[in-house]
Structures are given as structure tokens and as C-alpha cells.
Design a protein. Structure first.
Length: 214
């Protein structure tokens, strides 16, 4: 099962969702204003989460009058709308969760949305934040294959723990062999694949992988 979550970030940064396999088995979730974005693009979400303080009275009525299962919360709460939606999604034990509309708006919300990727490490589901220029994911130690993707020219690895040890990059323009990456180091920023595929591996720590284009 795949779950697609659409939040209310700037619409020009949300990619064409038709490129992401609109299977009948997929579950679509709208987060606050992201619910309206889905409806506007003829994608009917099964669930919606939020306090809906970013929509007008008329828009809120249209959401609540639909057959969407709406999970409404008070504005004053201890979790963001995105956190509530992601927690529900993770409990469904999906194979993949894609998150759209989570970047490019308020910086505090964007950083928090990226930190929410830590929740995925509990069940090891594939969880990605995707916008028109980037794909962001978090990884535990192991060996991973990565394939060339014409949408993303650059691949960066950022330490999300104090230190990441034993990083090995094969098939990259700038290869590494058993290197260590400190938090705050730009050692692994803006690399590129030179083959159709490559591998990256590391022994300890947590890595944030950012695939991007200019």
C-alpha cells in the first residue's frame, strides 16, 4: 500500500501529481489546505487532517460536505497537522509514503517536516518529501543502490547524527571509501552519479539524502 500526503505549501512547488502513479489502491491524504489542492486537481482524498484555519469558511464547508473522512483538530494543539497525518499514515504499515506540499513555505514548518522523517525509521517504510526540485529521505546504516534519475542531477548526503562513519560511495563523480562525515560538514554535498546506478553505504549514524536539481 502506498500513501500520498499533500500539505498546504506553496502550490508552485508541488509537482504534477499525475506522475506519481494514481493507482486505485493508493490512499491520498489532504493536510489542511492541501485537501483543496487535491480536489482542485481532481484527486479525491480519502482522509483529511487539520484545524483548517488556512481555508475560508466557504472552502471549509465544501470539504466537510464531501465524503472525505475529516479529522479536525483545535488550532491550539501539541502537534502540527502534518505530524498528525503522518502518524496516522505510519500506523497503516504502508510500503511507501510520499509527502508533497511540505517545503517552501514557513521555514519552521519546513524544517519540522524534514525532522518528521525520523518517525519513518521506526517501521523502515520508504518515506520521501518531494517537491518540484528535490526529493528528501532519511536512512539508517546499510548498503543502498541508487539509480540515475533525469529529474535530479545532484545527490547530497548530510549527517543527521553527530557523526556518520564508514561512508562509501561507488559510481559517483566524487567517490569515497570508509570516510567519516561530521554533522555540519559539507563533504558530501552536490555529488553526481557517473554511471546508470551506484551504491552508497555507511556503518553508523543517520544520513539525510537530498536529490535535487537547479
Amino acid at each position: 500500500m502506498k500513501i500520498k500526503i499533500v500539505a498546504g505549501g506553496p502550490e508552485h512547488l508541488i509537482p504534477d501529481l499525475n506522475l506519481y502513479d494514481l493507482s486505485m489502491n493508493d490512499i491520498w491524504i489532504g493536510v489542511d489546505r492541501g485537501t483543496l489542492f487535491l480536489l482542485k486537481n481532481a484527486i479525491f482524498p480519502q482522509h483529511a487532517f487539520g484545524d483548517f484555519d488556512s481555508v475560508s469558511v466557504e472552502e471549509r464547508i465544501s470539504i466537510f460536505n464531501s465524503s472525505i473522512k475529516v479529522n479536525q483538530y483545535q488550532s491550539e494543539k501539541d502537534a502540527t497537522d502534518m505530524e498528525l497525518a503522518l502518524e496516522w499514515a505510519l500506523k497503516q504499515n504502508p510500503e511507501q509514503i510520499l509527502i508533497f506540499g511540505a517545503t517552501g513555505g514557513r521555514l519552521d514548518h519546513e524544517l519540522m517536516n524534514i525532522q518528521l522523517l525520523y518517525r519513518s525509521l521506526k517501521i523502515r517504510a520508504e518515506v520521501k518529501i518531494v517537491d518540484t526540485r528535490n526529493e528528501i529521505s532519511l536512512h539508517l546504516p546499510g548498503c543502498y543502490e541508487i539509480k540515475q534519475d533525469h529529474r535530479y542531477s545532484y545527490i547530497s548526503f548530510l549527517a543527521q547524527s553527530d557523526e556518520v562513519t564508514g561512508i562509501t560511495l561507488e559510481g559517483f563523480k566524487y567517490p569515497l571509501n570508509q570516510a567519516n562525515l561530521q554533522a555540519g560538514s559539507s563533504l558530501c554535498v552536490s555529488n553526481e552519479l557517473v554511471n546508470k546506478s551506484g551504491t552508497y553505504s555507511f556503518d553508523s549514524g543517520i544520513i539525510l539524502m537530498v536529490k535535487s536539481r537547479d
